[in-house]
Design a binder for this molecule. Structure first.
Ligand SMILES: Nc1ncnc2c1ncn2[C@@H]1O[C@H](COP(=O)(O)OP(=O)(O)OP(=O)(O)O)[C@@H](O)[C@H]1O
Length: 260
């Protein structure tokens, strides 16, 4: 079967600085694949290239065999490749539920302006989006904060809301940038279970960048390791943990060791 994503010889240079260099790997449909590596290795840049938030200096990204690199990010998102990230637009004066409703407008027939002006089409969307937003809240186990203002949320819940916003856009491939940051152990394990259910029950392909190694080892089908902008390893969690190049890359880095 054709890979859902093909990352081909991706390179990104910022002036004289090479953020990543000649990275290639495939992602299978329905896979959960993590990208790990020490701080500054080029992981976030890779995600930005895949979701087309930054241009590629060379190489390309193919989604179901079609090039998506260097398209506008909203076009790529509408095609189904959606990235959630630290700076995901969260309206602090809105509740969790309202934020998720607004996010549905990425795939809506009515414009976001219509939503704010209350057009008829927008009102019909509004009812459907309200139901879908509630489904997402339930799916992620966020019932307790459904009507909480985003401004009151701690970091871990903001990450969960970021994921809910990503889900509202109906992704085929969801790119999660540090989804467990700021979460305690229980919250992380709950979110790990949610991500796996997202794949198992909804068929969403998931890529994540994450520093929480126990969570990465638990959640991933495969792992790609980046160091100084280069791919140094690719394999199952067990293979990655036993890989000498990976162990060497992590020794002496600020990140926790690669083990459990
Ligand atoms: N917009 C930019 N302009 C210039 N340099 C950049 C830009 N974005 C990233 N870089 C540089 O590219 C390199 C890779 O950064 P990137 O954020 O991709 O790493 P990372 O692996 O995600 O790091 P971390 O784990 O700390 O988030 C770093 O040296 C960073 O300073």
């Amino acid at each position: 079967m054709m890979p859902i994503l093909q990352i081909k010889n991706l390179t990104k240079r910022y002036g004289g600085l090479t953020a990543n260099n000649d990275i290639s790997f495939d992602v299978a449909e329905g896979e959960i694949l993590s990208v790990i590596g020490p701080n500054g290795a080029g992981k976030s840049t890779l995600f930005k290239q895949i979701a087309s938030f930054v241009s590629v200096t060379s190489g390309e990204v193919l989604f179901r065999g079609k090039t998506i690199s260097n398209l506008a990010p909203h076009v790529v998102a509408r095609m189904g490749v959606v990235r959630t990230f630290q700076e995901t637009t969260i309206f602090k004066s809105m509740t969790v539920r309202e934020n998720i409703i607004v996010a549905h407008h990425l795939r809506s027939k009515a414009s976001l302006l219509g939503f704010f002006l209350g057009s008829k089409l927008a009102r019909a969307d509004e009812a459907a989006f309200g139901k879908s937003a509630d489904d997402i809240v339930d799916f992620l186990g966020l019932e307790a904060i459904r009507n909480e203002l985003a401004s009151n949320l701690p970091q871990g819940h903001l990450r969960a809301l970021g994921m809910a916003i990503g889900l509202a856009t109906g992704p085929t491939v969801l790119l999660l940038d540090e989804p467990f940051a700021g979460m305690n152990h229980d919250e992380t394990m709950k979110m790990v279970a949610s991500v796996r259910r997202l794949r198992d029950e909804r068929g969403v392909t998931v890529m994540l960048v994450e520093h929480d190694m126990p969570a990465v080892m638990k959640i991933s089908d495969r792992i790609v390791v980046i160091n100084f902008g280069e791919k140094i390893a690719e394999g199952t969690p067990a293979e990655i943990q036993a890989n000498p190049r990976v162990i060497e890359a992590y020794l002496g880095s600020e990140d926790a060791a690669i083990g459990m």
